[in-house]
Design a protein around this ligand. Structure first.
Ligand SMILES: Cc1cc2nc3c(=O)[nH]c(=O)nc-3n(C[C@H](O)[C@H](O)[C@H](O)COP(=O)(O)O)c2cc1C
Length: 222
């Protein structure tokens, strides 16, 4: 009988211990995910081996379907990517910013740049790109393509042997071949699947685009 009771007690203790540790683990997961290992998104976070950069071009002023905006649509997406990954953030700005702040005029200037295959200069304030092995690169779709200033960047900078991840905002055209065009411009890099976000959603649906961006990052192989 004594042996039977002892066995029961030991069993009760084991069960009790097991449920304790389970409860504790659940609490830590809920309250502080970093204590129990990375979540789906933070698993993709920057660490010592993989230094990451989010680099983008974006415009404020009057934009399609959103009126006059103080933060560009692509800038909003770029900041969310940074927030989710811990990557550094850099905005490509024109060396001389003569872009109009009204939509119609901006589309005319952009069309002219595209027709002339122009290479508008950007400000010479880039971080040292050799520090980064993974670079997210984003811009608005302009006339079905990357803005020409981005081609200046692709051609001027050494982006070889990196993982490049394109993203865009747009008003209906989707990714518009950003990934294919980036791969053609940077043949010595690996280009991963891109993400296209509707510009108005960046302004008006921050929670839903955050979910989309998070899901996209989770599926990226870097
Ligand atoms: C010059 C110009 C050209 C555009 N061309 C396209 C286009 O071809 N397809 C499209 O879906 N949206 C187009 N748009 C809409 C922008 O891609 C969209 O509003 C984008 O979210 C703007 O991002 P930003 O605020 O970061 O500059 C164009 C906008 C501008 C200003």
């Amino acid at each position: 009988m004594k042996k039977y009771l002892t066995t029961l007690l030991v069993l009760a203790m084991i069960t009790g211990l097991a449920s304790c540790s389970k409860t504790q683990q659940t609490e830590i997961t809920e309250n502080d995910p970093t204590e129990t290992g990375p979540s789906e998104t933070t698993e993709k976070a920057q660490d010592g081996d993989t230094k990451m950069l989010v680099l983008y071009f974006s415009r404020t002023g009057e934009q399609y379907g959103v009126g006059v905006i103080e933060k560009g649509n692509t800038a909003i997406v770029a900041e969310i990517i940074t927030d989710l990954t811990g990557a550094d953030l850099y905005e490509i700005v024109p060396a001389e910013d003569n872009y109009p702040t009204t939509y119609k005029e901006l589309t005319d200037v952009a069309k002219k740049e595209q027709n002339e295959n122009a290479r508008p200069a950007y400000a010479d304030t880039l971080p040292d790109l050799s520090d980064y092995s993974v670079i997210f690169i984003g811009a608005p779709v302009w006339w079905g393509d990357w803005p020409m200033i981005m081609y200046t960047f692709f051609e001027n900078e050494d982006l070889s042997n990196r993982t490049l991840i394109p993203f865009c905002t747009h008003a209906g055209s989707g990714l518009s071949g950003f990934d294919r065009k980036l791969a053609a411009a940077c043949p010595d890099s690996k280009v991963l699947d891109g993400l296209a976000i509707v510009g108005a959603d960046a302004q008006n649906k921050p929670e839903s685009i955050r979910d989309m961006i998070s899901e996209w990052i989770s599926g990226l192989d870097y």
